[in-house]
Design a protein around this ligand. Sequence first.
Ligand SMILES: Nc1nc2c(c(=O)[nH]1)N[C@@H](CN(C=O)c1ccc(C(=O)N[C@@H](CCC(=O)O)C(=O)O)cc1)CN2
Length: 283
Amino acid sequence: MTATILDGNALSAHLRTELAGRVAALTARGVQPCLAVILVGEDPASAVYVRNKVAGCEKTGMRSIKDVYAPDVDPAVVFARIAELNADPAVHGILVQLPLPRHFDSEAVLEAIAPEKDVDGFHAENIGALMQGNPRFIPCTPYGVMKMLEAGHVPLKGAEAVIVGRSNIVGKPMAMLLLAQSCTVTVCHSQSKDLAFHTRRADILVAAVGKAKMITGDMIKPGATVIDVGINRLPDGKLCGDVDFESAKEVAGLITPVPGGVGPMTITMLLTNTLESAERTLK
Ligand SMILES: Nc1nc2c(c(=O)[nH]1)N[C@@H](CN(C=O)c1ccc(C(=O)N[C@@H](CCC(=O)O)C(=O)O)cc1)CN2
């Protein structure tokens, strides 16, 4: 039997309808949620993601501000703009699209965003809050994965969860969120010995490593839930994930596709975080 597909586009559409209702209610009370997005450089994928974030705001009734800078911009210009947005009470969420050009200290940029507007959840203060089990903003991709697991009614308590990839954006916060739900969590990475030994034990397998099709069907436990966070472009221009979908779907119980899986959920959770930030201003 082939796996059931967890459809990120369908779940996103459903969640965004709910969001639009909340946005309308908040706007009627005089607070229209507003997201400010900063893009530095001309990376085509980043430009698409930023365009989709702005479109997501528009479709749910939120306001957005988009600031685009040349790849060689002086970082001081970007820091000054972040300070301005931090001080603007009409702005509820600020994000800087990653990756930044090499002459930027990315960590310093993320730390410059006011933690209470850091809708990406990348500021050290917000990462600390997540680790302590009291998150202010949950990083959008792992937040989207948790929503997909919930929608798929995947049992979490006591489940063996294996994450392949240890990035600050996905792997590490993913581990914290699954741990908070009482999964037994293993984080694998490029130096892990015998990766397949770990992945074959997983009831929930999250692939977030950035290598096209590296998780194959023989590395998956029959019936497992397989979440593919990877977005890789093949030489023919097509997108694929870190999981070899064709072989994996014959073994897994539930699986996310690429495209149309975790990706759209990332933007939906960003919109959710922005709305929640705006709602907090009335509390
Ligand atoms: N400041 C941030 N930078 C980056 C983040 C982030 O969460 N915050 N994550 C990624 C990129 N990303 C959002 O920014 C993102 C990636 C992919 C998708 C998506 O919808 N993918 C589609 C395919 C889109 C395509 O055609 O290329 C899919 O999987 O169906 C949304 C957001 C790194 N940077």
